[in-house]
Design a binder for this molecule. Structure first.
Ligand code: E4P
Length: 224
């Protein structure tokens, strides 16, 4: 299996401080949010929500997923177009429901980027790709939570997209820990979105800490 692009790192939060911290690492490619994450930051009211997305776009030079709240096609279109107008990097996040697929088809024809969210099966992944979704968000952690293997879903979708030649990027979501990130890289995810703690968790190894402590102690002893 040959993949031509490096796995991108998105941060899964609406917290501006955490987004800045991830951005300062120099490895951040984008941001995903959802209505729960926005509510967690206390961002309420339509104008405040739009303003907050703009603040995120000012921090990160990359795709920023902003989710529609509507579940009816006509309303999704109005909402998605409003989100799209905020900033060129906004990706309209649309739930995997019948009207959502219709909306993704519409946005695709208008060259508006989309992220199809709440994906839990290969069949849903096929439908979203056929509709022209830019990104597909399979939720690994929520599958693991109910004792299904979330990583099997990523592997299955990666295989299907490779065989069929779909352009939709697999954006592994509901990623909860560093091992999820490593396994996503192995399985062929194009993007991983995760909390800052999972991203920085990749840094950690006790032998690194022990080794650094010894190097610095040896240097100090030799130079004192
Ligand atoms: C991202 O797009 C999803 O909304 C998010 O990853 C869900 O993560 P959770 O299952 O930890 O809430």
């Amino acid at each position: 299996m040959l993949f031509c692009s490096l796995m991108k790192f998105f941060i899964d939060t609406a917290n501006l401080d955490q987004i800045k911290e991830a951005e300062e690492l120099g490895i951040l490619d984008g941001v995903t949010t959802n209505p729960s994450l926005m509510a967690k930051e206390g961002i309420v009211g339509e104008q405040n929500i739009l303003d907050h997305y703009l603040k995120i776009c000012d921090i990160v030079d990359g795709d920023v997923s902003a989710e529609v709240i509507s579940t009816e096609y006509d309303k999704m279109i109005v909402e998605g177009e409003r989100l799209h107008e905020i900033h060129p990097n906004i990706v309209v996040k649309v739930p995997m429901i019948q009207d959502g697929i219709k909306a993704i088809s519409y946005f695709s024809k208008k060259n508006i980027d989309t992220n199809c969210t709440l994906v839990f099966s290969p069949g849903q992944a096929i439908l979203a790709a056929k509709a022209g979704a830019t990104y597909l968000s399979p939720f690994i952690g929520r599958l693991d939570d109910i004792s299904w293997d979330g990583m099997d879903l990523i592997k299955s979708i990666a295989k299907i997209y490779e065989v069929q030649g779909y352009n939709t990027e697999i954006l592994a979501a509901s990623v909860r820990n560093p091992l999820h990130i490593v396994k996503c890289a192995e399985a062929g995810a194009n993007v991983v979105t995760c909390p800052l703690s999972a991203m920085t968790g990749l840094l950690k190894h006790p032998l690194t800490d022990i080794g650094l402590e010894k190097f610095l102690a040896d240097h100090k002893a030799a130079n004192s």
